[in-house]
Design a protein around this ligand. Structure first.
Ligand code: SF4
Ligand code: SF4
Length: 63
C-alpha cells in the first residue's frame, strides 16, 4: 500500500514539504509529483496522513 498522486496535480509543492519520509518528488514527466512507494508508509506511525489534507486539488489518494 502507498498513496498515489493523480494527473490533477498542479505542482504546488505543498505535499512534498509535509511528508515526514521525503517520499514525494516531481515525477520524471515533470508534469506531476509522485510518491515513492518504497518510502511512503501511509503515515502509519502518525495519528493522521500528512500529505492528503494539504493538497488543494484532491490529487492524492490511497493506491
Ligand atoms: S502518506 Fe505519509 S509517508 Fe506517504 S507520501 Fe503521504 S505524507 Fe508521505
Ligand atoms: S499538494 Fe497536490 S497539487 Fe500540490 S504538488 Fe502535491 S499532489 Fe500536486
Amino acid at each position: 500500500m502507498a498513496y498515489k498522486i493523480s494527473e490533477q496535480c498542479n505542482l504546488c509543492d505543498a505535499c512534498r514539504l509535509q511528508c515526514p519520509r521525503n517520499a514525494i518528488s516531481i515525477a520524471e514527466s515533470g508534469t506531476i509529483y509522485t510518491i515513492d512507494e518504497d518510502l511512503c508508509n501511509d503515515c502509519a506511525n502518525l495519528s493522521a496522513v500528512r500529505c492528503v489534507p494539504h493538497c488543494p486539488v484532491d490529487a492524492i489518494s490511497q493506491a
